[in-house]
Design a protein around this ligand. Structure first.
Ligand code: HEC
Length: 207
């Protein structure tokens, strides 16, 4: 084979054969890994996953949901807005407008703003059947909640729905809730629509 400048021997233009050997990990890489690990550990130790996460605009979740902090919730009176949210809002909505033809509105309802002794019977025992609310006919069914809400809680919810969405009716106190509960303490079935509530209203008029 003749030597020619434009045609070098293959050995000269190719890389050396790869060879197996122990190449130690560069110290720089080790140092970076160590730094990363210590940062991660520090982050984990500094993180407080059970704490209130601060949202982008500095409000906390507690402020948004309006839940009272643990410190203030003990021995305070029940919060009507919060009780409404957990027991009634799913059907009657946060606007108090309900859902047309399905869940009647509490806003502008004659039941909500009428005699509190009658109004209280609705959450106490539930109601099912034809019911006229603000000029609309409904025929749904609402479960009884007298067992799960005590008098104080019922008073708070009642006062909330009687004073929101444009409603302006007299507040009730815990004693009148207890009295309304006692009026129908032997009842175990839901009210049979507006007709039976009307009868109940008339029976009160005698007293
Ligand atoms: C599961 C859905 C549901 C929940 C939860 C619910 N309701 Fe109702 N509510 C209804 C339905 C349905 C009616 C109408 C029943 C009928 O047509 O006979 C009604 C009727 C009423 C009425 C009489 C009609 C009116 O709109 O004024 C009042 C007052 C009322 N609910 C208050 C409450 C309160 C207070 C709570 C929470 C403690 C509550 N409801 C929770 C479904 C619900």
């Amino acid at each position: 084979m003749s030597e020619h400048p434009n045609n070098p021997q293959p050995q000269h233009r190719e890389n050396p054969e790869p060879q197996e050997a122990r190449h130690p990990i560069p110290y720089l890489l080790l140092a970076m890994i160590a730094m990363l690990l210590s940062w991660a550990l520090g982050y984990l130790m500094a993180a407080r996953p059970d704490a209130d996460p601060a949202l982008g605009d500095q409000r906390t979740l507690t402020k948004l949901t309006g839940e009272p902090s643990l410190a203030s919730s003990s021995n305070s009176t029940p919060d009507g807005a919060q009780l409404y949210a957990s027991h009634c809002l799913a059907c009657h909505q946060s606007t108090g407008m309900g859902i047309p033809h399905v869940f009647p509105p509490l806003a502008g309802s004659q039941w909500v703003q009428g005699d509190a002794r009658v109004l209280l019977q609705i959450p106490l025992h539930g109601i099912a059947g034809a019911l006229d609310v603000a000029g609309q006919q409904y025929s749904g069914s609402m479960p009884a909640m007298g067992g799960q809400l005590d008098d104080g809680e019922l008073a708070a919810i009642t006062n909330y729905i009687r004073s929101h969405w444009g409603n302006t009716a007299e507040p009730v106190d815990v004693e009148s809730v207890a009295a309304a509960r006692a009026l129908t303490k032997n009842r175990s079935t839901p009210w049979n629509g507006g007709a039976e509530l009307q009868q109940f209203t008339q029976s009160l008029a005698g007293n």
